[in-house]
Design a protein around this ligand. Structure first.
Ligand SMILES: Nc1ncnc2c1ncn2[C@@H]1O[C@H](COP(=O)(O)OP(=O)(O)OP(=O)(O)O)[C@@H](O)[C@H]1O
Length: 234
């Protein structure tokens, strides 16, 4: 469970998050929508301590992130907007293994996690492929595998579809839905909800640093008007 309790945050005295309270349950597939600049990325970066609240608390599985940064970073897998920027190795297998290696796990456990993570994103057997030779969709899936190899309770993704074509987007979405059905909490920031609302359990939308909408996708749909979010045609 990821819990935001009255979280506020400002960059240089400019308030970006204001009194945000949210709980993301295990296995919940949760969308985070909102116009550019509404605070989505800032919120997500609190989930593993990349940012620290000015006031309020963020808890991961009951422990404040600031009390145990390593636990938070192991439990919350983060996938950023441009996966290319988050790769640390030249090949798929080496990149996905990087996180578990840093946890100091035994080689057999690392190999098991890499295999399972690649399997989960439909990239099994591609360990030796060079990342730079992969398509955008494959790179996104490798970035997700890298996060999964940490065996997280939650996956937090910031606009992971940027630059992906439709088939790649659908493929990544399908994997996220399957992972959430298997118990991984998913928090997915996107300003384009057209083909994701139907997969999600819940839709949250931010406006000016506050939670403006929070409900089931069906209920949220009507409330999203005016938030510069792309919604499905009815
Ligand atoms: N490092 C920073 N320094 C100063 N201001 C920042 C910084 N990062 C973000 N901001 C500001 O904080 C506000 C919220 O930005 P944030 O990136 O969280 O929004 P967002 O909803 O994720 O937008 P986008 O969809 O464009 O990524 C914006 O006004 C932005 O300019």
């Amino acid at each position: 469970m990821i819990e935001f309790r009255s979280v506020s945050y400002a960059f240089d005295d400019v308030s970006v998050l204001e009194d945000v309270s949210l709980t993301i349950e295990d296995g919940e597939f949760c969308l985070l929508a909102g116009a550019n600049g509404s605070g989505k990325t800032t919120l997500l970066r609190h989930c593993n301590g990349l940012l620290t609240p000015d006031s309020g608390t963020v808890l991961v599985d009951g422990t404040p992130v600031s009390d145990d940064l390593i636990a938070a970073r192991s439990r919350v897998g983060m996938v950023f907007q441009h996966p290319r920027d988050q790769f640390v190795a030249a090949t798929v297998g080496a990149d996905v293994a990087f996180g578990p290696e840093n946890l100091g796990l035994e080689r057999a456990e690392i190999d098991r996690r890499v295999d399972a993570a690649l399997e989960a994103v439909n990239m099994a057997g591609r360990e030796d492929d060079r990342i730079e030779a992969l398509s955008g969709g494959e790179q996104s899936r490798v970035a997700i595998a890298g996060a999964l190899a940490m065996d997280p309770t939650h996956l937090v993704l910031d606009e992971p579809f940027t630059g992906l074509d439709e088939p790649a987007r659908r493929s990544v979405l399908g994997r996220l839905a399957a992972l959430s059905a298997d118990g991984t909490g998913v928090l997915l920031a996107t300003h384009d909800l057209r083909d994701v609302l139907g997969l999600a359990d819940r839709a949250i939308a931010m406006r000016d640093g506050r939670v403006a909408v929070d409900g089931s996708p069906d209920d949220a749909l009507g409330d999203l008007a005016g938030l510069e979010v792309r919604v499905p045609d009815r």
